[in-house]
Design a protein around this ligand. Structure first.
Ligand SMILES: [Zn+2]
Length: 342
């Protein structure tokens, strides 16, 4: 077993954002994850990273000043921002803390305090556009962290892998015109937010640096891993990122109420293991996961625990893919991307 230094962003202040009693993106999500980690035999083995409130200068790396001010103006109020995104009185400060938690995780990685880590934060971020809240997301935590690492000169290239069951429209759009960030997403399609078609590959200098793998419902561990090993890893070896970020949503989990995929706890751990090995192969170990969606509380908490064990060094035996024949849909999307230059 290898050993890595792993940092976890974990803070009870993330429970202060509450979009409503019946909303799936509830404070209970993080309570469930935190409780699971505290009861686990790995409690205390990882390092806790204390989040700080991001400044407007940091948030403006991705969002417009006007949009930041509009979210700031919701302080003390309950405001409906879109059909499924609302604020509670402390949502703005909590969203700033989520951004700051992601940034502190990246800082700890580049100062070599830790090798890898997991930002267990909320509200989630990957649907947030530069000037619009969407899909439970206020500020795009992972996009801001990626841009921060580039702006600091710590990374020249950042790979963002998004395995949330929904397409990360906000992240895709933030980097659609740049070759410094490669956005790779596997998601259910057609499904919310209806972006993420295969043909969306980036524009201008960014052409080719967005890779979408839209899949119909029903796929599971072997399909995800097949795509990781046969499409994502070869692309990453060519791209040579200095940092791998993951929009880790747990809504592809087989019992998730909002998703239609079949990924198991072991499947999530396996994907994290492939990415950890990839980061090592790339010569730096730098891997940071950001919590996005995930609405089956127990399944998500167990998957997070399994992933933290992988981050700390546990080896996973991957499912045997030798006998596996991808579906026509999976084979077609892989071939399409290879024919298009990867
Ligand atoms: Zn999602």
């Amino acid at each position: 077993m290898k050993f890595f230094k792993t940092g976890i962003v974990k803070d009870m202040r993330f429970l202060n954002h509450n979009p409503g009693d019946f909303h799936p993106e509830s404070p209970a999500r993080l309570e469930s994850i935190y409780r699971r980690l505290e009861m686990s035999d790995i409690a205390g083995v990882y390092q806790e990273i204390i989040p700080s409130y991001a400044t407007k200068e940091e948030i403006v790396l991705i969002h417009t000043k006007e949009y930041i001010s509009s979210i700031e103006a919701t302080q003390g109020k309950e405001v409906v921002l879109d059909a499924d995104t609302m604020t509670s009185p402390r949502s703005y400060e909590t969203a700033c803390l989520a951004v700051g938690g992601g940034i502190n995780l990246i800082k700890a990685i580049f100062s070599e305090e830790i090798d890898n880590g997991f930002a267990l934060i909320r509200p989630p971020g990957h649907h947030a556009e530069k000037d619009r809240a969407m899909g439970f997301c206020l500020f795009n935590n992972i996009a801001i962290a990626a841009k921060y690492a580039l702006e600091q000169g710590w990374a020249k290239r950042v790979l963002i892998v998004d395995w949330d069951v929904h397409h990360g429209n906000g992240t895709q759009h933030a980097f659609y015109h740049t070759k410094d960030v490669l956005y790779f997403s596997i998601h259910q399609y057609p499904h919310y937010p209806m972006t993420g078609r295969m043909e969306e590959i980036g524009e201008e200098e960014g052409k080719g640096f967005t890779v979408n793998v839209p899949l119909s419902a029903g796929y599971g561990d072997k399909d995800y891993l097949y795509i990781f090993l046969h499409l994502l890893c070869p692309i990453a070896r060519k791209f040579e990122p200095d940092l791998i970020l993951v929009s880790a949503g747990f809504d592809p989990y087989l019992e998730d109420p909002l998703g239609g995929m079949q990924v198991t706890i072991h499947g999530f751990a396996s994907m994290a293991y492939v990415l950890r090995e990839l980061a090592t192969e790339l010569g730096h170990n730098r891997l940071a996961l950001f919590l996005e969606g995930g609405y089956h509380l127990e399944g998500m908490a167990r998957a997070v625990e399994a992933i933290v064990k992988v981050l700390l060094g546990e080896t996973i035996s991957l499912p045997d893919l030798l006998q596996y024949r991808p579906s026509q849909e999976v084979a077609r999307v892989i071939k399409w991307h290879k024919d298009n230059g990867w």
